[in-house]
Design a protein. Sequence first.
Length: 271
Amino acid sequence: MFKSIKIQPCKNNVGAIIDTDIQSADPECINEIKIALDEFGVVFFRKQNLDSSAYVSFAKQFGTPADYPMLEGLNKFPEITVVEKKPEEQIMFGEGWHTDSTYTPEPPQYTMLYSIKTPPKGKGNTLFASQYESYQKLPGELKEKIQSLKAVFSADGPISKTRNNRVAEKGTGIDPKSMSAIHSIVKTNANNKKKSLYLSPGHVTEIVGMDKEESKKLLKYLFEHQSKPEFVYGFEWEPNCLAIWSNHVMLHNPVNDFTGIHRVMHRITIQ
Ligand SMILES: [Fe+2]
């Protein structure tokens, strides 16, 4: 299936490591990375050497960079959002299971994260949970039940407080209470027809049209199910790594298990 890239699936078949210099990726290679994303949900590249200009050029081969509504990007490269935890801070941006910008009408398909400064290897991992796998392992009758359900995804959900430090510095002034969207909670990948559970615990507030108590009970069950250990892989960062994931397939959760160290990532989301 893969001719241009060397690919090694990760534990639990969640994600894959690709051994390639992405600056020299030709269109065939980019195409195979997209196929790998459809298949594994997230791919990782180590030992890259990307400056911001090369990073943005690479990213644009996957689609149009999306605007992140909550924060300003870098001055010279507005497509790049700085995701960081400063040495004196306790809260980590984006901690908790979620998928990105689900409160927008068309959430970005891909997110890319490039590591600039990281804590020692093994700290500040990002956990990824495959929602292909989590959907697949739902009981049959529940799969039926949720097939046509939709949920409310709010920018003011439980994860919103993890943005506060960054919003204070580089916020766009948008009130998170003003941003919400409704999406189907089961997605089908148009390329390989695989189904995934599309729910973001950091954003989802209720199932549309369902009794409040029943909605709460169902969401609690699904949120717990989504991140069971057998669906999860934790990526260990070091500087100069790139992760690309499909927001339609993966949940992610950066582990906040360090202090006193500056962790800096450059993020680009792709529409
Ligand atoms: Fe995120």
